[in-house]
Ligand binder design. Structure first.
Ligand code: FE
Length: 349
């Protein structure tokens, strides 16, 4: 005979399993995101509205997401991962955290140079917005024509003027990886040595700190991602407005190989639990409406050809358009180990 507690737990188990099958019918997507912006609610809400697929979000920074994925291993509930910067996407890819997918829609919508190199199994990650790594300079201290290429930043004429964040930060690893593609290893290492020799101060802080350093005059010239400057240009804070007045902006290498452009991107998780929903979501991110939310949320540019940009700061910064590099961003991402070794050799902290 069954005793009451056992009968009770059997009933509970039966109820739970019934609940489980109901839950299984509810379409969900588990998103691990390193991007969190005001436009996200609309971005994700429209996907749920169109597909009925509910999005469960885990928000963390890039390093936190990668650590979590590694700790969770095969049990990870993550379906799609959003990361910023090609170096980080490339690192996660090398660590085996992504599942290659084949999607005719994504291949048609995303330019080939803005995604991972495809293998026979498919493509692991796709860029969904772009940002430029640009030069800002103090208009009182520096002439624009002296800092209008990345190469010029290492020229002895700019000694004591340069500020950057850490050389090992992904944004710099990607820029230096791109320069390696353009100039080759030997010239790139000599260039990095020149950057170190031109520093106004030891590398520290984030990109916004470099912009402020240029505005205050502590730095003559600095590198920043375009969206940090756009954010400051759109700010209503009087201090930001005053800072913006003091600086000039250059999209470097317009006469040669173009300005270095990086991506924010997404990938399907290696241990994906809802594969069809994950692919659907990736394809949704490439739709023109989603592209606008995705890019606008962080003052970036959409990657899809027919998506419109309506951002006054980006317009003011570029005068409408600029020449960007055309090398594959996957090659840039794959140079990061080599770049780190060069940084160690030249003493770029
Ligand atoms: Fe950033």
């Amino acid at each position: 005979m069954l005793t009451k507690p056992i009968l009770g737990s059997l009933l509970t188990a039966a109820l739970l399993s019934a609940a489980g099958s109901v839950l299984a019918q509810e379409q969900t997507l588990n998103l691990y995101s390193a991007r969190h912006y005001q436009t996200d609610e609309a971005l994700y809400g429209n996907f749920t509205k169109a597909t009925g697929i509910k999005i469960n979000r885990v928000d963390a920074d890039d390093a936190g997401i990668l650590a979590r994925l590694k700790a969770e291993g095969a049990a990870s509930p993550a379906d799609v991962i959003l990361l910023v910067d090609a170096a980080r996407l490339g690192k996660a890819d090398m660590d085996g955290l992504f599942l290659p997918i084949k999607s005719a829609k994504l291949e048609a919508a995303i330019p080939a140079q803005l995604r991972a190199k495809p293998s026979a199994e498919g493509t692991t990650w796709f860029g969904f917005s772009t940002r430029a790594r640009i030069v800002v300079y103090n208009k009182m201290r520096v002439k624009k024509s002296d800092v209008d290429t990345y190469e010029a930043l290492a020229d002895p004429k700019n000694k004591g003027l340069l500020c950057t964040r850490s050389g090992a930060h992904p944004y710099n690893l990607s820029l230096f990886g791109a320069v390696t593609e353009h100039l080759g290893d030997v010239k790139t290492e000599a260039w990095l040595k020149g950057l170190v020799a031109n520093m106004a101060r030891a590398p520290k802080g984030g990109d916004t700190d470099q912009i402020k350093g240029v505005a205050s005059g502590e730095c003559g010239v600095a590198l920043t991602n375009s969206y940090y400057l756009a954010r400051m240009m759109r700010s209503t804070d009087p201090e930001d407005k005053a800072a913006v007045e003091k600086i000039g902006v250059v999209f470097p290498n317009q006469q040669t190989w173009g300005t270095h452009v990086n991506v924010a991107g997404a990938a399907v998780a290696k241990n994906v639990k809802n594969l069809p929903n994950a692919v659907k979501f990736m394809e949704y991110l490439a739709s023109p409406a989603a592209q606008n939310y995705f890019a606008d949320g962080n003052n970036e540019w959409p990657v899809v050809a027919n998506a419109k940009v309506n951002n006054p700061a980006l317009q003011a910064m570029t005068g409408g358009s600029f020449k960007s590099e055309t090398i594959p961003i996957s090659a840039v991402a794959n140079n990061q180990t080599k770049v780190q070794q060069m940084l160690d050799r030249v003493g770029y902290k």
